[in-house]
Design a protein around this ligand. Structure first.
Ligand code: ZN
Length: 198
């Protein structure tokens, strides 16, 4: 294969990554070309490692390397509370605040009729199964403060409240339309502490 062709393959792959435009792809590709083989290998190994070792927690669908994630396995967590989020990265955002010591449940997305995503496409059934077997007092809905996140929150509230479990939602104050992961820790921490019943 020609040098041009192999460089082009790398540029194409880098260009597929989120947030990497053609200019950034070129900068990274030339950096890797000039880097020593060891540095390039570490990056390649790190990519292969997450793909082979990290999967979803069998209980909450957060990222895990064992059967359950580190949070589900931690016996010091408050098992009476489940915080429901859209994606595993939202778990990291809430963990960074240090304001929450309960468990999580990752839906794997949010309800979005436009994209044909309903409750059946999400881990809602597994959440309801947990509420049937675990001693849960409160479900905190922490989907993003946008239309899909609110639709998902009201659907879950309607479904869960009849089970006699308290359902709360993060307090307003988070940037509307924004993502939890971009909220600063202080604001997100306050929104958790000042959560309101749905
Ligand atoms: Zn878990």
């Amino acid at each position: 294969m020609s040098a041009d062709r192999s460089l082009q393959i790398l540029l194409d792959e880098l260009g597929r990554l989120p947030g990497i435009g053609p200019k950034s792809a070129q900068r990274i590709a030339y950096h890797l070309l000039e880097a020593d083989a060891e540095e390039a290998r570490r990056l390649a190994d790190a990519i292969l490692m997450v793909k082979s070792e990290v999967h979803f927690c069998s209980r909450c669908f957060n990222y895990a390397t064992g059967d359950e994630c580190a949070i589900c396995e931690d016996s010091s967590r408050d098992r009476g509370r489940i915080c429901v989020v859209g994606e595993p990265r939202d778990v990291s955002a809430i963990e960074r605040t240090g304001s929450y010591r309960g468990l999580y449940h990752v839906l794997g997305g949010v309800i979005s009729p436009m994209d044909k995503i309903g409750p059946e496409q999400l881990h809602v059934r597994e959440l309801l199964a947990r509420l049937g077997t675990e001693e849960v007092e409160e479900v905190i809905i922490a989907t993003n403060p946008n239309i899909e996140g609110e639709t998902t929150a009201s659907y879950l509230a309607r479904t869960i409240k009849p089970l006699g479990i308290t359902v709360t939602r993060l307090a307003s104050g988070l940037p509307v339309g924004g993502d939890l992961e971009y909220a600063d820790e202080l604001t997100l921490g306050r929104a958790i502490e000042a959560r309101r019943a749905l």
